[in-house]
Design a protein around this ligand. Structure first.
Ligand code: SF4
Length: 342
């Protein structure tokens, strides 16, 4: 797929004290990309746009080079112990994106250049008890592979975890630029979960991400390179022909991924489509012609943390999805583990 190139880059002054910040500045200057040095709080108001759609589109082409200030990591249960960020947001335009309602009206991309500080923070959060392994998630606030061709930060992080005997890294991606990661000394300490879906969902709702074919090829390459791998099938949607299309997906996986070479069982995380009222508002403004099914009449409420709620499929439909998708996993990769369905 075509790799991301920013339209404009903002540098936080502190980022230029780090080698990666300086390297990025030189690179973008050479490429003739407009550069502005300014504190992060000025970025939002500098992104133009007359309406929500325009602001969103411009923000997604804006990169901020920054330093990570907070050195406290959030807990990330149940998929990991803690989460951290090398970058926030991503250049993809998935209509249903889980970040729609959390990253404000101008969801620009941000990359952090003080990697050593981030690594020291990770080390401080590792449980030092004997035989204990602490798991860290790197994709809670964006797609860490999307900027890899510019920063190389994910590769450095994979090698950092490769050298730790008591910590593991987990990454989720919808991008396919994995070639620079294949020969790294990862020691099997990083699990990639490739986010996949049916052709209809990818083609209709996941703009500017790797295609159906490209993701399967990327997963196959990662698996051959010895990484433990998994798949996040999300969001699973019901539409005319959904069963046939998800079957096609699993047939393709079966023939493309050699599970016998995986150092650990392949995992599947199955997530049905859901939306919150605030996400729906953002989605309708940003994608006025969206074909996403967000009719509350056809859904049931599910309460989450802090009294928030979301709309999910009704119980019987959700059960049908769960049974059908679990059957596809069992038939295509009998030794795979289903981590959860939600
Ligand atoms: S790739 Fe992930 S983070 Fe990026 S827009 Fe899509 S869902 Fe959101």
């Amino acid at each position: 797929m075509k790799l991301f190139k920013p339209e404009i880059v903002f540098f936080e002054p502190s980022s230029l004290k780090y080698p990666l910040g300086q390297e990025l500045r030189m690179r973008f200057e050479k490429e003739g990309i407009p550069i502005i040095t300014t504190p992060a709080h000025n970025v939002s108001r500098s992104i133009p746009g007359n309406d929500e759609k325009q602001k969103y589109a411009r923000a997604k082409k804006t990169l901020v080079v920054a330093t990570k200030k907070s050195m406290k990591l959030d807990v990330c249960k149940p998929s990991a112990d803690f989460e951290f960020s090398l970058a926030t947001n991503c250049p993809g335009n998935c209509e249903y994106c889980y970040l729609q309602a959390t990253q404000g009206y101008k969801p620009y991309l941000r990359t952090y250049v003080n990697l050593e500080d981030i690594f020291n923070t990770i080390k401080r959060h590792i449980n030092k008890e004997e035989n204990s392994v602490t798991v860290f998630e790197a994709a809670s606030s964006g797609d860490p592979l999307a900027l890899e061709h510019l920063t190389g930060s994910l590769g450095k992080t994979i090698e950092f975890f490769g050298a730790l005997h008591n910590a593991r890294l987990r990454v989720v991606t919808k991008f396919d630029n994995v070639d620079s990661l294949l020969d790294l000394n990862h020691k099997g300490h990083t699990r990639f979960r490739v986010s996949i879906n049916s052709r209809y969902v990818i083609n209709s709702f996941e703009h500017n991400t790797a295609s159906f074919e490209e993701r399967i090829v990327a997963a196959s390459k990662l698996s051959k390179a010895g990484y433990p791998i998994g798949f996040i099938v999300a969001p699973i949607m019901i539409y005319k022909g959904w069963k046939e299309e998800y079957k096609e997906l699993f047939d393709r996986l079966k023939h493309s991924i050699d599970i016998t070479i995986s150092p650990e069982p392949v995992t599947f995380e199955l997530i049905q489509h859901r939306f919150t009222p605030s996400a729906k508002k953002f989605i309708l403004q940003r994608f006025p012609g969206t074909k996403l099914d967000m009719d509350e009449e056809n859904r049931q409420l599910k309460w989450g943390k802090f009294g928030r709620f979301k709309y999910v499929y009704p119980k019987e439909t959700a059960e049908d999805i769960k049974q059908y998708m679990s059957g596809l996993v069992r038939d295509s990769m009998p030794s795979a583990q289903i981590s959860y369905f939600t």
